[in-house]
Design a protein around this ligand. Sequence first.
Ligand code: DHB
Length: 308
Amino acid sequence: MLSKTKISKIELASYICNASGPSDSILEELEIIAKSDSSAIMMKSCTIKPRIGNPEPRYVHLPLGSIQSMGLPNLGYQKYIRFASQLKKYNKPIIASVAGLSIEDYRVMVEAFQKSEVNLIEVNLSCPNVEGKSQVAYDFEQTEKVLRVISNLGDIPLGLKLPAYFDFIHQKQMAQLILKYNISFITCINSVGNTLFIDPEKEMPVIKPKKGFGGLCGDYIKPIALANVRAFYELLDDKVSIFGVGGIKSGLDAFEFLIAGADAVQVATVFEKEGESCFTRINQELEEILKRKNYNSIQEAKGRLKHL
Ligand code: DHB
């Protein structure tokens, strides 16, 4: 496969896998991902205790993507540790996603996953949908407190799921922390938090939680995601692997993330809309583009963005 790649020391058979969020909360859904052409099995962001999440409607498809405020519905981290053992037989990298509601939660969950069968641990510092909780990665002091307690708990590579930044100084501050605490990979970007989509006929928002404020996904956020991937690629000097995510629904979108500097990409909205065949399709489209442009590997094309 032309599009095989690596995140930290973990080999992925192709450039595309699922993002944490859609259809990855229960074992049956994770087995569908395991049997698909997704190059990894990413699990739903988990908390210490199971959560039912926010009231519905909490996920709505939009013309160019989706808006969601799920509120972290999940089965609790211990279930995902058990699922990792049950999914091992598929011989595909398994990725945990942890979303603490406190610093101590992050410590407890990262410590537990460090002793589990997962291959990578993505630490979600950017969930926008829990009422009364801010996105950790917008607060650099809070982020450092989390990194201090999670960065030396074991050998499984740790990554950070980051929110969108809109100012270079913020990406620079975050990059300094990433390098200081030896973080192995980052995932850019989470859904753009606290956006508002309005139905003008009903004169109401389209989702119920938080008076309609929710995370925006899909085409709307692709340029924001590309900018964050590129900015971090330049700041991190290839010392840290990058997962790109945000509006990837074709091989051409994936190729744009590749030349911006992403080592691999994750897909969420397109998986929710199209089902698991999206992994096969996007992968084939990307392979054709690489062949047409005479690139022999992901590594050869990575970061190759030119300037005007
Ligand atoms: C949820 C949304 C996110 O964007 C995220 O990173 C984690 C959880 C949610 O609402 O469930």
